[in-house]
Design a binder for this molecule. Structure first.
Ligand SMILES: Cc1cc2nc3c(=O)[nH]c(=O)nc-3n(C[C@H](O)[C@H](O)[C@H](O)COP(=O)(O)OP(=O)(O)OC[C@H]3O[C@@H](n4cnc5c(N)ncnc54)[C@H](O)[C@@H]3O)c2cc1C
Length: 260
């Protein structure tokens, strides 16, 4: 029996495994195909913040994550000797119309209030001069250009490789590729895989990308309190308070939101 089963080897599953490892959980991550086979294995890697206006808990959560990611990646790069191409590059947004400048000036003030953490501050500068000679083109930035200093970039595939390498260094985490989850029973804490083997788990994180919904559909007949009870049991490591799952009612049933 493992403390934690993670289904899916994309960015969500891998980060969850890193956090689980730090919490001392014995973890198995099972991936249907290969690490990065889903959306996370793309090429863009843009780390874009929400607008700094109408601040709420969701925006604060994303802001904290975007700020802390820099340190997290630096630590993992030092640990593995690998690079992810992470850079807080900022983002340019041309303002082709006057009303967009008016909105951008409001956001500039919002960023002064909301984009700060300790002594770190990030800005939504409204500027008139182009970033480089003739770029962006005058026509595109007739009302100026915004430079957001919070946005960053990373190479998604290098980041996945880094996380996989870091996890490979842990005695507590095992990654199995080429196995597909075909059945999940939270009541007994058992998951079945395409090759016929099964895994008993204390808690399970479904990080199977869009396919997660298929598995959640299969759980909809289970009473939510039973799912929750099973997931609270059995991690056996005292980590429950940090990893307590929460549930959100969804249109077609219950969505399990693991707290890793
Ligand atoms: C073209 C494109 C560009 C994007 N650009 C950006 C960007 O610039 N910045 C940004 O922040 N976001 C971007 N996104 C969104 C981002 O890529 C996704 O939100 C993120 O990768 C989702 O990660 P995930 O781990 O939840 O899912 P996925 O990466 O899809 O991982 C799910 C994994 O689960 C596996 N799986 C599925 N079913 C099973 C099963 N039954 N058993 C075992 N394993 C299973 C899959 O094989 C897959 O590897 C982009 C998305 C796309 C499509």
């Amino acid at each position: 029996m493992v403390d934690l089963l993670i289904v899916g080897g994309g960015i969500m599953g891998l980060w969850a495994a890193v956090m689980a490892d730090r919490a001392g959980l014995n973890t198995v991550l099972v991936e249907r195909d290969r690490i990065g086979a889903g959306a996370s294995g793309g090429v863009l890697g843009a780390l874009m913040p929400y607008m700094p206006d109408r601040w709420d808990a969701k925006k604060q959560f994303q802001f904290d994550a975007l700020v802390s990611l820099e340190r997290e990646i630096a630590c993992l790069e030092a640990q593995t000797g690998m690079s992810t191409g992470y850079r807080r590059s900022g983002r340019l947004m041309p303002l082709p119309k006057p009303h967009l400048r008016t909105i951008a000036l409001r956001h500039e003030q919002d960023a002064l209030v909301n984009w700060r953490q300790g002594d770190r501050r990030f800005f939504w500068h409204v500027q008139d001069s182009p970033a480089a000679d003739g770029w962006p083109e005058n026509e595109a930035m007739a009302s100026g250009v915004v430079l957001d200093t919070l946005a960053a970039r990373v190479d998604p595939r290098l980041l996945l490789a880094l996380l996989t390498t870091a996890l490979g260094q842990s005695p507590r985490v095992r990654i199995e590729e080429g196995q597909s989850l075909v059945g999940l029973d939270p009541a007994t804490g058992k998951a079945r895989f395409s090759d016929g083997h099964s895994v008993s788990f204390g808690a399970c994180i479904l990080a199977a990308g869009v396919d997660t919904f298929l598995h959640l559909d299969g759980l909809q007949d289970k009473p939510a309190h039973e799912v929750q009870r099973r997931c609270r049991q059995g991690t056996g490591s005292g980590a429950e308070s940090r990893y307590r799952p929460s549930f959100a009612r969804h249109l077609h049933g219950w969505a399990l939101c693991g707290a890793a």
